[in-house]
Design a protein around this ligand. Sequence first.
Ligand code: AMP
Ligand code: MG
Length: 535
Amino acid sequence: MKNTLKLSLQELVFDNRFIDRLPADPVLKNSRRQVKNACFSFVEPTKVSNPSLVVASTEMLEELNLDKQLMHDDEFIQLFVGNKLLPGMSAYAMCYGGHQFGNWAGQLGDGRAIILGDVITQNNKRWSLQLKGAGPTPYSRTADGLAVLRSSLREFLCSEAMFHLGVPTTRALTLALTGEKVVRDMFYDGHLENELGAVVCRVAPSFTRFGNFQILSAQNDVNNLKKLLDYTIETDFPHLNLSDENSYLTWFKEVCTTTADMVIHWMRVGFVHGVMNTDNMSILGLTIDYGPYGWLEDYDPGWTPNTTDANGRRYRFENQSEIALWNLLQLAEAIYPLINDTAPLEKILQHYRDYYQQQWNNMMAAKLGFAHSSGEIEKLISKLFKLLEEIETDMTLFFRGLSELELVELDIMDDLILHGIFDKAWYRSEQVDEYYLTQFKSWLRSYKECAVASNLSELDRKQQMNKVNPKYVLRNYLAQQAIDKANEGDYSMVHELLDVLRKPYDDQPEKEIYSAKRPEWARHRAGCSMLSCSS
Ligand code: AMP
Ligand code: MG
């Protein structure tokens, strides 16, 4: 039940059990260091000179039972850039390690993220508040602990867009400018620029990552590894019974399932994470750490937006499921000392591929409007992907177009109708030749046969398809346009996009331009087609 009673900031209830129950780094000085046998370090955010709010998520404010008007208060802004803490808050950075691009990188940790505390809402939900870009921590290594407006906007907009798309994700409450400049070399090519410093307040039930377990395991700290796993099960998986002798395995199986589910959602909406390192894998199967991510425009399974990954393309669209499995294997290795038996862990990992394949078949069937998958539908899907790859076809617009098409009229359908619907999705008209159209029509006839065999009415097909095929996604060029304007102090497009992306499955006739395929000017423009990790 939604509670309508609105709270002031002082009335927020905090329960910081991560720091109450888990071992702290005993050193209190904020100096960069290796931290041993601890899950976190206490650290205060760095104060900033002239903070101002760029945007706040009204849905997230509501979730915390906070009055929307609060966002205009000075105290609110001071709080969410880290200039002030509320009673009950206790600021800390998490210690974790991770595999980056397949190699063990040792200690990483929250180098520019500081958790303020966990709010417990009136509906008894836990929401951890975390500032990203609020200054250095013991885990900052050689970097500055800061973030710039460009990457912060990408994180804010995308995490809220993903939420509205129904994709499991961390959330964003606020984005504020610090009033300070931050130096960045955006393409690591020696061009230093002063950019606007910014802080995002991210929100999630938990920010624990695979890497939190990995670092303790790498230190052979089995005692604290057990503490962390017991804490995680009790706090983040309260439906599991810790006293059950198989609870660790049950937990691991659930992490495998929720991780697979998350990737299936990414594949459904055409999202490429870009940096699926094990430190960027949430224990709750949430999309976390929005860096050089991107949205598929023309359907290209080999695409990655991340320039740092341009050679190996480890994190390309089609590889995300296998990388998730590889990351789960690293998590299994990390918790192995608590299980001391490889067979049950291997069995769970072996099940991952079958589960993923089954869910993928169901998801793809749903994208075509079917309630269930079948052998025939699977064949249809694999033929479809060949067609989509053959000429540059926008994935999002193709599926929306397909739902507009009247299959019953297929026999009398002429090329003009197909052009009328799919020109929106085809990037290069010269590729749509007679040969291609003949193949496409043949595929459409098979599709129609499957629909007839499944007793799928046209109305049901369209309605089902429009629930899973978004019309609006945060296209890379749109995000870049909003960033360019925001850098000039104009936040109108940020608000426009946030608004459109609240209802990504609805036709919003007056917002049609935000569904348009990437214009030619954006094909090779930095920020629109490729991104570096610089943020
Ligand atoms: P990422 O690949 O962006 O998730 O970051 C990998 C690691 O680098 C994490 O430990 C981050 O906290 C850290 N990191 C990234 N950028 C910065 C920064 N500007 N200052 C401090 N640490 C950072
Ligand atoms: Mg990260």
